[in-house]
Design a protein around this ligand. Sequence first.
Ligand SMILES: Cc1ncc(COP(=O)(O)O)c(C=O)c1O
Length: 359
Amino acid sequence: MKFPLNLQAKIDKRLKDGSYRTMIDLDHLIDFYSNDYFGAAKVKYHSDLAHGSTGSRLISGNSNYVEDLEKDLAAFFNYESGLLFNSGLDANYGIFSSILERGDTVIFDSLIHASIRDGVRMSFAKSYNFKHNDLQSLASKLKLAKGNIYVVVESIYSMDGDISPLAEIVKLAKEYGAYIIVDEAHSGGVIGNEGRGLSHEFDLDEDIFIKLITFSKAYGAFGAVVLCSHQMREYLINFSKPFIYTTAISDFTAGRIRQVFELVKGMNKERKTLRENINYFRSLAQGKSLQITNSSTSIQAIIIPDIKLLVDKINELIEAGFAVRGIAPPTVPIGQERIRICIHAHNTKAEIKSLLDHF
Ligand SMILES: Cc1ncc(COP(=O)(O)O)c(C=O)c1O
């Protein structure tokens, strides 16, 4: 079969510069690579609920079961409404492609997730990014903004693991009358009372226009809920294409989301152990003078800017029994190549020490 030459050239370039992506299954090794921070993904689920939803929510795919789950999630997270999407990526495409209009301005952190960038690109709004977690840079972009202004941040950044200065960002964005959208993919279940997230921890929910919680990380399942006002939910149902033109999640899947949501809510002990493990990892890594990101969360990264050294170190760790993954450009900037290490509540201190003994 013929294959377009320009596409082959892109593959060849990746092979040459060491950034070629492959999929592997390392689940038999000690987990330092998954977002399953509490091991919820491994908890069994049995249910007689329907496995298929049979259509879009707007045709045959809606159910009282899913609507009840959305109401319970909204109540728990303290928002008026919730709307489930099939994934966090779908939700971000769905939010940004539908709410941003020509004449509006969207300003997002320079390390924002690819699904938000792409969602923004699907719109005709003017977009700016501001320097990562930098309020002065955000202020300079807010001064240029016209139309409806949307400021978009993550709670915990998915590659560096650092936390957004959300209270300061909200304060500044409010001065310009901006709508604030926060992607809490990595803080849902982890931060805040019973895992309600960063905006809840800082008592900011009243000022957040849209908050996204995904069930794909700490909750160990998949799917995402957009938390917002009743009006915003109605708007998304009417205009968000990744919501409208797709088969809805089944009751079976919604049941799994309910199960892990209830489970993780009750994991106060695991949240405490996770914090202890993170502190332990960082104290050992700092003692070795490794270049690590400024992160106090489950996502840790050891920067190794030389791609050959990086690949060699990853292979060494895998051979020694650790599941770890490297992250290369374009996911991170050139010079920021790294081993991304996810710390879990179920990692033992001995496992963490033994991992770091390889550095
Ligand atoms: C910040 C952020 N938002 C959204 C997503 C997408 O979520 P999902 O995996 O549920 O599609 C991810 C996961 O990669 C993420 O890290």
